[in-house]
Design a binder for this molecule. Structure first.
Ligand code: PMP
Length: 429
């Protein structure tokens, strides 16, 4: 038994399923999860001392690689001054100014401590501002685990086959309408059915919780136009894409202006952080300036702000996103080339620092129902083959992969050589 396996057995006695977040449990691929001891650059190290090239990156935030010296130094310096004050700090002002300088649609921003809090608060605000109850989301998109958002959700909920969770009263769930990603007609149908009831659309601008599905041309702008037509707000959930797809988020990359934006993990550089922001007139509607209540003891925590600011500063380096995109392209196209070479049907998607690969004969994957038709068994075999080779991918066919700036020539070459060997063995089997 490995140390990870022993720790997992021990953990299951005191922690439900042995994990503090379901997608870590390897339900999507089978087997026992790795317990991680440390991480550096492109590598994570498990409890047995084995190194892996990491394409999870703490589920997105590690754009600069793990344990980046500038972020570590910022955190250590902040710790010297105390861990939390529950009172305003200059760091929060700096963070707000930084976010606003990077994302033009954000005029004011409020910090929270997780992506879930960010989307939950943004939705409450949209409902309060429009005085409407319904929200519109997309099947397969995940926006955290707030009650109204665990309806036909992606990520771990999808992996576990529980996209709509028990524990959410039907009276809540009935206000969540779900449409088909990349299908404007499905959205229009709902708006026509409820023309004055929908407070907002919330969308992942590149879906990263049902594998990786970029928006087709015109989709995001079409949603923007429909929100304007029916008086709803548009919330772009950039918890995953913000500062991973481009310096101004996916909204900058695709040229779409939302009313509200939610941000998360990336702006914390690995610390627990989220944020929501947008139009000033809407943001003024939250307490203490407005009637919609929202609060948090640890919101804007100084250690998290310091880590996030150091990361955001580093992300503004000239040419960084071109380099990150080129790395992502190399890995995604490399997987596809190896699959082609061994006659294993595969489709790929990638944008910025996010990628997805699908074991499927379908040439292009743009919709949720296509993802569910992919060959999960092949994914599992590939996953464990890569893990044995020392490559750590997201342990589910319904999650995106992430590159970091620390993935250098050597790591990418080793990854693609491993993929070639694993796919060759799958063909032979
Ligand atoms: N929105 C999106 C798009 C996400 O990917 C996630 C988490 N992966 C969340 C919201 C929720 O964030 P958190 O896990 O920090 O609550």
């Amino acid at each position: 038994m490995t140390r990870s396996e022993a720790l997992f057995e021990q953990a299951k006695k005191t922690i439900p399923g042995g994990v503090n977040s379901p997608v870590r449990a390897f339900n999507g691929v089978g087997g026992s999860p790795l317990f991680i001891e440390k991480a550096n650059g492109a590598y994570i190290y498990d409890a047995d001392g084995k190194a892996y090239i990491d394409y999870v990156g703490s589920w997105g935030p590690m754009i600069l690689g793990h344990n980046h010296p500038k972020i570590r130094a910022a955190v250590l310096a902040a710790v010297e001054n105390g861990l939390s004050f529950g009172a305003p700090t200059e760091l929060e002002v700096q963070m707000a100014e930084k976010v606003i300088s990077m994302v033009p649609s954000i005029e004011q921003v409020r910090m929270v401590s997780s992506g879930t809090e960010a989307t939950m608060s943004a939705i409450r605000l949209a409902r309060g501002f429009t005085n409407r109850d319904k929200i519109l989301k997309f099947e397969g998109c995940y926006h955290g685990h707030a009650d109204c958002l665990l309806v036909k959700a992606g990520s771990g909920a999808l992996t576990l086959g529980q996209p709509s969770s028990p524990g959410i009263p039907e009276d809540f769930a009935k206000h969540t309408l779900t449409a088909v990603y990349n299908d404007l007609d499905s959205v229009r149908t709902l708006f026509e059915q409820y023309p004055t009831d929908i407070s907002c659309i919330i969308i992942e601008p590149v879906a990263g919780n049902m594998n990786c599905i970029p928006p087709i041309p015109g989709f995001l702008q079409g949603l923007r136009d429909m929100c304007d037509e029916f008086g709803a707000l548009m919330i772009i959930d950039e918890v995953m894409t913000g500062f991973r797809v481009s310096q101004s988020g996916a909204q900058g990359y695709y040229g779409v202006t939302p009313d509200l934006t939610t941000l998360g993990k990336v702006i914390g550089g690995g610390m627990p952080v989220g944020a929501f922001g947008g139009r000033k007139d809407v943001m003024q509607f939250i307490a203490p300036t407005g009637p919609v209540y929202q609060a948090g003891t640890l919101s804007g925590n100084p250690i998290a702000m310091s880590a996030g600011l150091a990361q955001m500063e580093a992300l503004c380096e000239e040419g960084l996103y071109e380099k990150l995109s080129a790395k992502t392209k190399r890995i995604a196209e490399g997987f596809k080339a190896a699959a082609d070479k061994h006659g294993i049907p595969m489709a790929i998607n990638y944008v910025g620092g996010m990628f997805g690969f699908f074991f499927t004969e379908q040439a292009e994957i743009t919709r949720f129902d296509q993802v569910t038709q992919c060959n999960i068994e092949q994914f599992r075999i590939f996953y464990h083959g890569m893990l044995d080779e020392g490559v750590y991918l997201a342990p589910s066919a319904y999650e995106a992969g992430f590159l970091s700036m620390a993935h250098g020539e050597e790591e990418m070459r080793l990854t693609l050589e491993a993929a070639d060997r694993v796919l060759a063995s799958m063909k032979a089997a």
